[in-house]
Design a protein around this ligand. Structure first.
Ligand code: PMP
Length: 354
C-alpha cells in the first residue's frame, strides 16, 4: 500500500441489483414498478423548455415539497425532499446518528444501512430477526444511539404493526427513530400519523416503487419541523442543489395524480396475492409479504440453483449469497403476464427436476 493510501477513507460499497443492458429479460430483481408513471409526468417532460436549465433549481424543491405536504395533509416544514430515499437516508444517518452508543437495525434488512454506518464510522448493532424473519420489538428497548428499520422490511416483505412501532418509540424518546417506508404503499400502516406525537420520529418514503419513478430519483421524509430543519442544515452544508428542475416539476405532477398511483398499487397487490398462491402450490414458503416482492424459499430445490435456471430462461430475480438468507429468492411483482411466465417456468423446471 502506498503511503497516501493509508489516509484514504476506504469503504466496501453497497451492491445494487443488476440493470442488464439490451437484453430482453423479465426483470424481477430490483423491486421496480412494472407500470409506467402517471401520465402527468410525461406531460411535464414534453412541456419542459431547455432554456430553464440555464438557472439553478430551487434548492428547497418547493413545488415538490408543497405537493407532498398537500397530499399527505402536512405543512411544508414537515417535509424534506431528496435524490431518492437513498439520498434522504444517507443524509439522515449523517445528521441524526452521531452518538457514541451503537445504533440498531435488524440483521436482515436493507443492505445499505451497514454501508452508511461504516462510511460515517457510526457504531451499530444488528438484533436478529426471529426464525420467521420478523422484527422482535423487544430487541429495540435497550440503550442505543438511534434506530432504523424498513417497514415493510426488505428483503423479507414482512410488516411491523403500528402498535409495535409505538412501543419502540415509547421506549426511545431520547434518540432519533427512522422508519424507512419504501414499500408502505403496498401494505402495512404508515407511521406518518405519529410524527405529531413523537418529535424524534422520521418517516422516509420514495417515488421509486409505488409511483414508478425509480429513474427520476425522488425520496422524501416526514417529521417534526425541528427534525426537518436539522436535515436541511446538513444538506445545505453538503450540496444545496441536489434535485434538478425537471425532477422537481415531474415529481410534483406525479404526486398530484394520486388516483393513478393508487390504481397501480391496487393492481400490484392483486398480482402479489395471486403469485403467493401459485408459489405455495409449487412448494415455496415465504414470510407473508406486504411489499411489491416476495422472499421465497423452495422446500427441495436450492435458491441459487433456481436463480441460475431462471436467469438462463431470461427471468431475473435477486439472490443474496449471505448467511441465513442464501436459500431465498427475492422476486419482484411484475405484470400478471410476467408472473404467469415465471410460474409456468418454475412449474416445468420443478417437475423436471423431481
Ligand atoms: N429503502 C429500502 C428498504 C429499499 O429497498 C430501497 C431500494 N433499494 C431504498 C430505500 C432506496 O430506494 P430509492 O433510493 O430508489 O428511493
Amino acid at each position: 500500500m502506498k503511503k497516501w493510501e493509508e489516509n484514504v477513507r476506504r469503504v466496501i460499497p453497497y451492491t445494487p441489483g443488476e440493470q442488464p443492458k439490451g437484453k430482453k429479460l423479465i426483470k424481477l430483481n430490483t423491486n421496480e414498478n412494472p407500470y409506467p408513471p402517471s401520465p402527468g409526468v410525461a406531460e411535464v417532460l414534453q412541456r419542459f423548455s431547455a432554456d430553464n436549465l440555464r438557472l439553478y433549481p430551487d434548492p428547497e424543491a418547493g413545488e415538490l415539497v408543497h405537493a407532498l405536504a398537500e397530499h399527505y395533509g402536512l405543512s411544508d416544514d414537515q417535509v424534506f425532499a431528496g435524490v431518492g430515499s437513498d439520498d434522504v437516508l444517507a443524509l439522515s444517518f449523517l445528521t441524526f446518528f452521531n452518538a457514541q452508543e451503537e445504533i440498531l437495525f435488524p440483521d436482515i434488512t436493507y443492505s445499505f444501512y451497514d454501508v452508511w454506518a461504516s462510511l460515517y464510522r457510526i457504531p451499530y448493532r444488528t438484533p436478529a430477526l426471529d426464525d420467521r424473519f420478523l422484527i422482535r420489538p423487544e430487541d429495540y428497548l435497550q440503550k442505543n444511539g438511534g434506530i432504523i428499520f424498513p417497514n415493510p422490511n426488505a428483503p423479507t416483505g414482512a410488516v411491523l404493526p403500528l402498535a409495535d412501532i409505538r412501543r419502540i418509540l415509547d421506549a426511545n424518546r431520547d434518540v432519533v427513530v427512522i422508519v424507512d417506508e419504501a414499500y408502505i404503499d403496498f401494505g402495512g400502516t404508515s407511521a406518518l400519523p405519529l410524527i405529531d406525537e413523537y418529535d424524534n420520529l422520521l418517516v422516509v418514503q420514495t417515488f421509486s416503487k409505488s409511483r414508478a419513478l425509480a429513474g427520476l430519483r425522488i425520496g422524501y421524509a416526514f417529521g417534526n419541523p425541528t427534525l426537518i430543519k436539522y436535515l436541511q442544515d446538513v444538506k445545505y452544508s453538503f450540496n444545496s442543489y441536489t434535485m434538478n428542475s425537471i425532477t422537481i416539476q415531474a415529481g410534483a405532477a406525479a404526486v398530484r395524480d394520486h388516483a393513478y398511483y393508487e390504481e397501480t398499487c391496487r393492481k400490484i397487490k392483486e398480482t402479489r396475492e395471486w403469485t403467493k398462491k401459485e408459489l405455495s402450490r409449487l412448494g415455496f414458503s415465504f414470510p407473508d409479504s406486504s411489499a411489491n416482492f416476495i422472499f421465497a424459499s423452495h422446500r427441495e430445490v436450492p435458491a441459487q440453483q433456481l436463480f441460475t435456471a431462471l436467469r438462463d430462461a431470461g427471468i431475473l430475480v435477486r439472490y443474496f449469497n449471505r448467511p441465513r438468507i442464501d436459500d431465498h429468492l427475492r422476486i419482484t411483482i411484475g405484470t400478471p403476464e410476467e408472473m404467469r411466465a415465471m410460474i409456468r417456468f418454475l412449474e416445468d423446471y420443478l417437475s423436471a427436476s423431481r
